[in-house]
Design a protein around this ligand. Structure first.
Ligand SMILES: C[S@@+](CC[C@H](N)C(=O)[O-])C[C@H]1O[C@@H](n2cnc3c(N)ncnc32)[C@H](O)[C@@H]1O
Length: 254
């Protein structure tokens, strides 16, 4: 499979840098996942890995008194998050850093909570689970969202899309079994509601695509990229009951 062209990424980021989040999620879902962790230390040390422009970083800052380090490899997302942190007076306890979530800046056993929405699969879930486990203090939590099959028999169109996007995608049971094999206890999990796909992700993305079409008029490659991003939204509209995002809350045993 050829990798996308530089032009593809230019148009892709023209869409993704202008929307509130870069994957499904919501403040309510973050609050539910946090509740599944049970009591945290009063000022937990938190890593938010693959933070994007930081929608969930800001939720975590509101929902906890934690000291948060948010990391993303795409520097423009980090710049956006830094701006939001400054506007909200949060720079004292929340830091945004451009970097690689495969090597977070944290000592072994020092982190109370690792959070990663829609990003762990970039490393491969097994690799992420293994890399991040030693960073947690015993009893610390890893909370992440992951694309999963919700039905064993998805239509061919959906299977084809995910075969291109994420061929290793599995189901909820597969993820939980993997987590257990990697030394975690499962504290809980739930499927994100459809509103978490639309409110801050696909609806803003549809508006952004519509706004960009005049900019790229006559540019067939760019318009093709916009159409392909829009196609993913249409597929979700038609077949969103066959796959979803699962919030998975894990605990490092002692
Ligand atoms: C689907 S987006 C999710 C962003 C954000 N958590 C959200 O839900 O809105 C995945 C993010 O992971 C980041 N990413 C991918 N590989 C990374 C790596 N090795 N280190 C740091 N960030 C990475 C991407 O730049 C992207 O912002």
């Amino acid at each position: 499979m050829p990798s996308p062209s530089p032009r593809f990424w230019e148009v892709f980021f023209d869409v993704y840098e202008a929307i509130p989040r870069q994957g499904p999620g919501s403040r309510d879902c973050a609050a539910c996942a946090l509740a599944l962790c049970g009591p945290l230390p009063s000022a937990p040390t938190i890593l938010d890995l693959g933070c994007g422009s930081g929608a969930q970083t800001l939720h975590l800052a509101e929902l906890t008194n934690g000291t948060i380090t948010a990391i993303d490899s795409h520097a423009p997302f980090v710049v956006t998050l830094e701006r939001h942190l400054a506007e909200r007076g949060l720079t004292g306890r929340v830091a945004a850093r451009a970097g690689n979530m495969a090597a977070p800046p944290a000592a072994p056993g020092s982190v109370d909570l690792i959070w990663s929405e829609g990003a762990a699969y970039f490393l491969g879930i097994e690799q992420a689970l293994k890399l991040w486990h030693p960073l947690l203090r015993p009893g610390g939590h890893l909370v992440f969202t992951e694309a999963v099959w919700l039905r064993p028999d998805p239509p061919a169109e959906v299977r084809e899309m995910w075969a291109k996007e994420y061929p290793a995608m599995t189901d909820i049971a597969g993820n939980l079994a993997l987590a257990t094999r990697c030394g975690y206890e499962v504290s809980g999990h739930f499927t994100l509601p459809d509103s978490a796909w639309w409110d801050d992700f696909y609806h803003p993305m549809e508006r952004r695509i519509a706004a960009l079409r005049p900019k790229y008029a006559g540019d067939s490659e760019a318009l093709g990229t916009l159409a392909s991003i829009g196609g993913e939204i249409e597929l979700h509209r038609r077949f969103g009951d066959t796959y979803g995002y699962e919030f998975i809350v894990l605990r490092r045993g002692n």
